[in-house]
Design a protein. Structure first.
Length: 542
């Protein structure tokens, strides 16, 4: 067979493969109303996730006790680190045996996987780079701080670092495409992990210094001019204060100081991560995200992992390209709503890939799906629980899983609300249709024994309006009363309240609630001692 004929057949096979991938409807993000949903196997998918500890998935033996816990907590997805040092121990020689075994077992367990690419950076550091990268600092230069001291952080300005990382990520994506595109066990990809600059606000290595002295790249200028009306307020204020300049170096346009140092690093970190994501998407274009370690209030850049995809530098990341679908927060910071609001203020979807596995995780998981109509939620070190069957998170995941058909059918239509309640914020007012709902912590009830304790447990609820007067309300520790917005002379009564469950999308009432359960028809109470779903019908009277 001639070379020309061989080449023709190669092209035909390639085109067939690409068309076949398209026909299979690989995992994707789609705009639905005013929200974004994840679709897997061409169906909406809510990520009820858990992230494994950093070293748990380094062998299948370590996973033996993990799988039953995931089932007991009603997870549908695990987030699993992929370690560059393990898949490419020798340059150009790749081994995906471990990940084949993990994928096969996850399929048996009915779980999806989101790989976390621990490539050039993991928690700012380059701890998971292979030995052949770590030992060759001339070829793979490291960051230097403002004192000239070398750090264990690979330079984002090095073409050699980028190329080595990119080749490894491409190999990973080819493996996923070839081994898993039909089954779609892998549903999203995280590119790098908690990228950030430490202990100074920017890199002072020679490659970085050369870039810092140059004019701000055209891509940044074009972006901030085009998106001027949508820029995050903090970033816009800095640009405005310096006269909305569009020519000059970083200090000319944004002023001198650590803030500008962080802007500079944010763009080049974003550019690097976008190039990695873009290369992977050319092979297998499933959704990608990059996560950030949140900064603490009052800390200057360099005193926290600076220049990661944080809200105040999000525009610099977006200027670096559009191959990254979502910029997301990792939570070890108590002000959950504040940070989630910041991540959503430009209309971006919310995904929480990592949250401390603490006693607030369950309530915040429900709030993610209710208040933000989010893509998913995932506590860290999920396997650390000792009694998985009694975990509050598992009970909340069970509720969300039951409600998922209704949630998915109403996303983006203004029919879903979520509330969090605590002693500090005991009440939230929400509106759905013609009704105003006052949602309070159930410890606000004077007869509740918990009312007098010093610290109230975090409570939450999701409220879904499925008809003009019909609602499904689920959660833990919330009391709700109703008002008619359109006619204040009308009273709102509870026509019918049933507690029940969904099986295969069909509602089954298990208990009709009245009397003490509804305070004689005066409120809905999803008490703190239970995790329930209630179907509520309202009516009005004079």
């Amino acid at each position: 067979m001639s070379n020309k004929i061989t080449n023709v057949w190669v092209i035909i096979i390639l085109l067939f493969s690409l068309n076949n991938l398209s026909a299979q409807q690989i995992p994707s993000l789609k705009k639905v109303g005013n929200k974004t949903q994840l679709f897997v196997n061409d169906k909406p998918f809510l990520v009820l996730g858990g992230e494994l500890g950093n070293s748990t998935a380094t062998s299948m033996e370590n996973m033996l006790d993990v799988w039953p816990k995931m089932e007991d907590m009603h997870l549908n997805t695990i987030l699993v680190p992929v370690y560059w040092e393990l898949i490419e121990p020798q340059e150009g020689e790749f081994d995906f045996t471990l990940y084949k075994e993990l994928i096969v077992e996850a399929r048996k367990q009915g779980l999806k996987i989101i790989p976390l690419w621990f490539g050039s950076w993991k928690n700012s550091m380059s701890s998971h780079a292979p030995a052949w990268v770590k030992k060759d600092q001339k070829r793979f230069p490291r960051v230097r701080d403002n004192f000239g001291k070398s750090q264990e952080i690979l330079s984002s300005f090095s073409d050699e670092v980028l190329l080595a990382d990119l080749k490894a990520y491409e190999a990973l994506m080819r493996f996923i495409r070839d081994f898993d595109s039909k089954e779609q066990t892998i549903i999203m990809m995280q590119v790098e992990n908690e990228i950030g600059m430490l202990p100074s606000a920017r890199d002072y290595e020679s490659l970085a210094e050369a870039q810092f002295k140059k004019d701000v790249p055209k891509a940044v200028i074009d972006y901030i001019q085009t998106e001027k009306e949508k820029l995050v307020p903090e970033f816009l204020h800095t640009w405005k204060t310096n006269g909305y300049k569009t020519k000059g170096n970083w200090e000319t346009i944004f002023g001198k100081g650590v803030q500008t140092d962080e802007y500079f690093m944010a763009y080049y970190y974003g550019l690097f991560a976008n190039k990695i994501a873009e290369a992977g998407k050319k092979i297998y274009p499933i959704p990608t995200f990059v996560n950030a370690a949140l900064n603490r209030l009052g800390r200057e850049p360099g005193a926290y992992p600076s220049a990661g995809p944080l809200p105040h530098v999000m525009d610099l990341w977006k200027a670096g390209g559009n191959a990254i679908d979502i910029l997301v927060p990792d939570f070890y910071n108590p002000d959950f709503k504040h940070w989630c609001d910041l991540y959503g203020r430009q209309g971006d979807p919310l995904f929480v890939p990592e949250h401390a596995f603490d006693n607030t995780a369950a309530a915040k998981a429900l709030f993610t799906f209710g208040n933000y109509e989010g893509i998913g939620f995932s506590p860290f070190f999920i396997e650390g629980t000792k009694n998985a069957k009694e975990e509050p998170l598992g009970k909340i995941y069970d509720i969300i899983n039951q409600l998922s058909p209704i949630i998915n059918n109403h996303i983006g239509k203004g029919k879903i609300k979520g509330v969090l309640a605590s002693k500090a914020i005991p009440e939230t007012i929400v509106r759905l249709g013609k009704y105003e709902l006052s949602c309070k912590h159930d410890y606000t009830l004077s007869w509740n024994p918990g009312a007098k304790v010093d610290e109230w447990p975090l409570a939450s609820a999701i409220i879904i309006q499925t008809g003009e007067d019909e609602f499904y309300i689920a959660g833990n520790g919330i009391v709700i009363t109703f008002k008619d917005i359109e006619d204040k002379n009308l009273n709102v009564g509870l026509l019918k309240v049933d507690e029940g469950s969904f099986t295969d999308g069909k509602w089954k009432a298990m208990r009709h609630l009245n009397g003490d359960q509804t305070h004689q028809g005066r409120h809905i109470n999803v008490s703190h001692n239970s995790y329930t779903i209630q179907r509520v019908e309202l009516y009005t009277y004079k």
